[in-house]
Each structure stands twice: as structure tokens, then as C-alpha cells.
Design a protein around this ligand. Structure first.
Ligand SMILES: CC(C)(COP(=O)(O)OP(=O)(O)OC[C@H]1O[C@@H](n2cnc3c(N)ncnc32)[C@H](O)[C@@H]1OP(=O)(O)O)[C@@H](O)C(=O)NCCC(=O)NCCS
Length: 194
């Protein structure tokens, strides 16, 4: 049995340690991190999965960005502890967070990652969306959460700078009363296919 909770401010360093364990050194030098600098995450979609002993086993985070002036979710990073990889927990976090994003009314999501993994969730290359260099264009992937939501949305990926949006995110992130409840989750039956 796992517990799935929104990430709280007290989880920050533990999630960072998990990301450091799972990714190559220097991950924060990647251009995608420059889009996150000084921008609050979309806290309602940042999720922590803990095992029965309370150990952080997997986590996913999202930030807001803009493409062609339109709001876009930037998915990532997502990581599963090396001892639990391949058990379907990554897929569980992807599906759960994307469902919540749809429920919140987000129209489109993008990420920078391995197409062979993310294509199973429906992500496909975004030909006309440019991440800050150096980013391999084959790793710039998108998914529509509403039909047609990526049509005509092109150009450079930019940091979210709208003061209203930033203030709204910070307010929600800092108010525990506005966060979703934790839920108990059964261990997935290996993988993503069920
Ligand atoms: C990538 C990651 C989040 C996937 O989570 P997970 O719980 O291990 O994966 P799942 O159990 O949901 O899915 C396992 C499947 O994904 C495949 N897979 C995992 N990582 C993959 C990758 N980078 N590219 C292609 N396929 C991948 C596995 O081979 C397995 O395939 P199968 O179902 O055909 O056997 C996790 O392995 C991880 O944290 N990796 C290190 C960090 C990382 O590389 N993150 C981002 C990748 S761009």
C-alpha cells in the first residue's frame, strides 16, 4: 500500500534528494530549470508517493510556462527510487497527475524527455515548440488535455511572468487548507498496461 499526497513545503528537500539520486549530476543546469527559476510550481499537481514505511518512493512536479502567450503545463521532473523502478509507479504518477490536470481545466502539457517512455501516455513531438537551447528537439513532447489544444500554439517556451498567476499559485501552495487530501493507493499490478 502506498500513500499519495500533494507535495508540501516540508517535502521539498526530500524530493530534491530523490531527483538527485535518479538523474545525472548537473540536472539543474538544464535549460528547463531556467523556466522554473523564481516561479512557484503548480502545487496541486506536485505529488509524493510514500511506501508503507513512509519512505519517499516517487515524486512528480509541474510548473506553469507559456508558449505563444498561451498557458502550458511543464511536466517534470518525475522520478521513481531506483529500488522501485519498473513497477508501474511512474505510470501511476503520470496518470494520476494528468487526470488532476484535466480536472483543473488545463488544456495542454509538455515535457522534455524520452519519447519511448512518454509516448505510452500519448505524448508526441512538438515540432513547432522551441525550448531554450541546448535542447534536443526530439525530446520536446506534448499532450493535449483538451481536444485541439496544441493547434496553433507555437514558438518559444517562456517563463510564466503574469503577476496574478504567480501570486495565485503561491497562495494555494502556502495554504494547506487548499491542498487535496492524501489517498491510499494499492501497489500497481506491474506497469502501465492495466
Ligand atoms: C523514468 C521513470 C520515471 C519511469 O518510472 P517507472 O516506475 O520506473 O516506470 P514504469 O514502471 O511506469 O514503466 C516501466 C516501463 O517503462 C520503460 N522505461 C522506463 N524508463 C524509460 C526510458 N527512459 N525510456 C524508455 N522506456 C523507459 C521500462 O523499460 C518499462 O517498460 P515495459 O513496461 O515495456 O517493461 C523512472 O524509471 C525513473 O525515475 N528513472 C530515472 C529518472 C528519469 O530518467 N526520469 C525521466 C525519464 S526522461
Amino acid at each position: 500500500m502506498y500513500q499519495l499526497c500533494p507535495e508540501e513545503p516540508r517535502d521539498w528537500h526530500e524530493v530534491e534528494a530523490l531527483m538527485d539520486l535518479c538523474f545525472a549530476p548537473g540536472r539543474t543546469a538544464l535549460s528547463s530549470y531556467r523556466l522554473r527559476d523564481g516561479v512557484p510550481p503548480v502545487g496541486e499537481l506536485c505529488l509524493c508517493l510514500r511506501n508503507g514505511e513512509g519512505t519517499l518512493t516517487a515524486a512528480i512536479r509541474y510548473w506553469p510556462v507559456r508558449v505563444g502567450g498561451r498557458p502550458v503545463l511543464l511536466l517534470g521532473p518525475v522520478a521513481v527510487h531506483p529500488t522501485a523502478q519498473g513497477e508501474g509507479l511512474g505510470a501511476l504518477l503520470m496518470r494520476e497527475s494528468l487526470d488532476r490536470a484535466i480536472g483543473m481545466g488545463w488544456a495542454r502539457v509538455m515535457l522534455v524527455g524520452d519519447a519511448p517512455y512518454y509516448s505510452r501516455f500519448g505524448f508526441a513531438r512538438l515540432d513547432d515548440v522551441e525550448m531554450p537551447p541546448p535542447t534536443n528537439p526530439d525530446r520536446v513532447l506534448g499532450l493535449e488535455l483538451q481536444a485541439g489544444a496544441w493547434l496553433g500554439v507555437t514558438g518559444e517556451v517562456c517563463r510564466e511572468t503574469s503577476p496574478e498567476t504567480l501570486a495565485g499559485l503561491a497562495e494555494i501552495n502556502n495554504d494547506p487548507h487548499m491542498h487535496a487530501e492524501c489517498v491510499e493507493i494499492e501497489a500497481p499490478l506491474k506497469g502501465i498496461h492495466g
